[in-house]
Design a protein around this ligand. Sequence first.
Ligand SMILES: [Zn+2]
Length: 310
Amino acid sequence: MEKPTLKLNKQIPDVSYHSDELKMILVLGESVRADHLSINGYNRPTTPKLKQQSGLISFPNVYTEHTYTAVSLPQILTNQGQVKIDSEYYSIYDILDEANYKTYWVGNQTLEKSYAPIVKTNDSIHLIDAFKSVFSFDKLRDESLIPVASNILKEDRRSVISLHMIGSHWWYEDRYSNKEKKFNPVIDSKYIPSLTSEQLINSYDNTLLYLDKFISKLIGVLENQETPTVLVYISDHGEQLGEEGKWLHAQSGEAAKNPAYLIWFSESYTKKYPKVVTNIKEATKINSTTDRVFYDILTLLGISFEKIKQ
Ligand SMILES: [Zn+2]
C-alpha cells in the first residue's frame, strides 16, 4: 500500500489565545466505528458507562475518506483536509506550542513513517510497548497508558497529552480482558474465512466494552484535576464488519469511513467556557468530516490562528 509522505510547514502563523490553566487528553482511537457504540444508538450495550457519563457528547455523523492509520492520523493531526490542497501542513502540536501548551505523546503503537514527523513535534514522546507492532500477539493493553498520563497531568498547568491506542485493531481477542468477554461466542482462529460473522462481531463489540471502561477511567482521572479539563476521543477510521463481504479496514468500504468521535468536558470547564460547550454540542447534530477535529481542539483550548497565505 502506498504510504504518503508528509511535509510539515514550520512557518507557524501568529496565534491568539488565552493563558488560562487548562489540560486536555486527546485520545487517538483505532478502528472504532461510530454505529457500534450504544451511545450512538447501537442495539447492544457496548458503552454502558459512557451512556451514564455527564459532560460527554458524541458526534455520530463524522466521516473520513482515510481508512488506515498511516493516512488518517496525518490528516487528523494537521490542517490537511479530506482533499489534499497544499503540499505542506501545520502540525497541531506546533500550533499548541505557539500557544504555550506543553505537549506529550504517549503511544501504544510503533510510530509509522507517515506520522512520525508529526509525533516528533511534541515536547515529549513516550512509547509504552515500542518494540511490538500492532500485529504482535502479546501486546500490552491500552490501560497501561493511563498511569503514564496520570503522572504527566501532575507536571504542568497547561498541557495536552495525546494517547495513541491499539484500540480495536485486529486481532480483537488481545484487546480486552475476560471482564469484557460479554458477547459470545468469540473468534477462535486468526483465519477469517473459518469464522462466523457472529463470532467476529461479538469479539469486536467486546473491544468496545474495553474502550468504554478505558475512557471512563480517564475521565475519572481528569475529574480529579484542580484545573478545568477536557477529553477528546477520535478513532482514526472505522472497520468493515462483513458489509460488502469485507472485514477489517484499509480497503474501500463505507463502514470504515464513520469513526467514533466523543468529547467530554469537566464541570469546571463547562462553567468557565459555556459558549464553547454550547457551540460544540450544536455541531453534533450535523454531518461533518474528521477535518473538524484539528479546529475543535484549538477552539476547546481557546486558540485561533489565521493561515498564512502562501
Ligand atoms: Zn488505524
